[in-house]
Design a protein around this ligand. Structure first.
Ligand code: ADP
Length: 449
């Protein structure tokens, strides 16, 4: 096992990884920007190295500085967390080239899944159902019109290099397509430096259901069930739960088996998430994330498996300590993402947290790196914490969530806590009766409170 791991991230996820390391007897090295010198992940780590000024491009994305930090501290492995360099194949290559272990899949798998066109082709080949759409990329408006006619409107133009919901445009009719195609391409070029796009059938009322998989280097592949992340704003998840209120044990076992077979065929290593849209009883693959996800705690809560610990063990060459049969799903878990944002306009609200009180009690987990007096910097994403609850039933989880949200105090900055308090009392949310478009229409005022 590693003696020392460098955590190439910040915020709650850096802390999450630090916690797993400490419980395994591993020393931690934090990296940080000048703006994060007082951050909790820096305070708690055994060692820390400043890797550059506030902007991410100069610090958390600064590969030479991060490699140097690992070198001078003697870290044997790097955990990239999520975001930043976690899905950067070049980074994974460079880490390995320096004889440091990258805690994650191989660079080739990251590269394959990072190109959504290649990913779709690869998983389809491996037996996973995909959203109907273009065969590969679409290079011109003329071609787009032809493909759209075949698959039928509405269609979605998506960026091959997409992420974070960017570079995605809907065309409801033929008249919209030229504009959608051009805007998606421009957005993709400016966000990812790559204007390759493809077309998909736009699904009208799907849920977002994703399957967590884990694979070791000894040929063992296990799925850890699904997460339902249908409550989204601008294609970004806001509230996640496991299990999904929309599927039963036999559907879970069947999609889990399909995913495991495919993952084995692909020779994938580490943790990964296969994201699907689920509509009228059918699963349609949209993408694979080759990293730990923000919402991984809901899976941990219902399986009692520490995903970060397993990631580290797998990277060190250990075998999975469980088989599919050992994985038992108990209870119901819900996660709320709490952002320093105005709960109505969603405008980020950086600033100093003047007062902070964390909720507690049975079945309550708060993954956060903030504290009273902490200044939320304006340079990074606005996530300040994730509140996760576990109940024996979905109803108990909802009651517990309302109770925990009510206990939580964050003063000095605006947060999305009031939105979550409204959601937990909403009858559709209580009934699990929502799709990926529900939250947007709720926020637009066209759903009942
Ligand atoms: P990103 O990588 O930018 O997050 P994804 O492909 O994962 O993009 O899609 C993000 C979200 O966009 C999905 O969870 C879903 O809400 C919506 N979406 C993606 N593809 C489709 C589709 N074909 N039809 C309808 N909604 C879609």
């Amino acid at each position: 096992m590693f003696q020392k791991v460098l955590i190439a991230n910040r915020g709650e996820i850096a802390l999450r990884i630090h916690r797993a390391c400490k419980e395994m007897g591993i020393s931690t090295v934090a990296i940080h920007s000048e703006a994060d010198a007082d951050a909790m992940h820096v305070r708690l780590a055994d060692e820390s190295v400043c890797v550059g000024p506030a902007p991410s491009a100069k610090s958390y994305l600064n590969i030479p500085a991060i490699i140097t930090a690992a070198d001078i501290t003697g870290a044997e492995a790097i955990h990239p967390g999520y975001g930043f360099l976690s899905e950067n194949a070049k980074f994974a290559d460079i880490v390995q080239a320096h004889n440091i272990t990258f805690i994650g899949p191989t660079a080739d798998h990251i590269r394959m899944m990072g190109d959504k066109i290649a990913a779709k082709e690869a998983v389809k080949e491996a037996g996973i159902p995909v959203v109907p759409g273009s065969d590969g990329g679409v290079g011109s408006v003329k071609e787009a019109l032809k493909v759209a006619k075949e698959i039928g409107y509405p269609v979605l133009v998506k960026a091959a290099a997409g992420g974070g919901g960017r570079g995605m445009k809907v065309a409801k009719t033929e008249a919209d397509l030229e504009n959608a195609f051009k805007t998606a391409r421009t957005e993709a070029k400016s966000a990812f430096g790559d204007d390759a796009v493809y077309l998909e059938k736009y699904l009208g009322k799907p849920r977002h259901i994703e399957v967590q998989v884990i694979a070791d280097s000894h040929g063992n592949v296990v799925h850890l069930g699904e997460r339902d992340c249908s409550l989204q704003r601008r294609h970004q998840k806001v509230f996640e739960e496991a299990p999904s209120p929309a599927i039963n044990a036999s559907t879970r076992a069947s999609i889990g088996k399909t995913v495991c077979t495919a993952i084995k065929k692909l020779g994938y290593l580490g943790v990964g998430t296969i994201e699907f849209l689920y509509e009228d009883g059918e699963f349609y693959f949209i993408e694979m994330n080759t990293r730990l996800q923000v919402e991984h705690p809901v899976t941990e809560m219902i399986t009692r498996i520490d995903l970060v610990r397993e990631q580290i063990r797998i990277a060190a060459g250990c075998k999975l300590p469980f088989t599919q049969k050992d994985v038992k799903f108990t209870g119901h878990a819900i996660e709320c993402r709490i952002n320093a944002e105005n709960p109505e306009t969603f405008v980020p609200c950086p600033g100093t947290i003047t007062d902070f009180h964390a909720p507690g009690g049975l079945g309550v987990r708060l993954d956060s790196a903030v504290y009273s007096g902490y200044r939320v910097p304006p340079h990074y994403d606005s996530l300040i914490g994730k509140l996760i609850v576990l109940g024996q039933t979905r109803n108990e989880a909802l009651m517990r969530l309302r109770r925990a949200l009510g206990e939580m105090v964050v003063s000095g900055v605006e947060t999305t806590l009031p939105l979550h308090l409204r959601l937990v009392d909403n009858p559709d949310v209580q009934n699990g009766d929502y799709d990926i478009h529900w939250l947007e229409s709720y926020l637009a005022g066209s759903r009942k409170e």
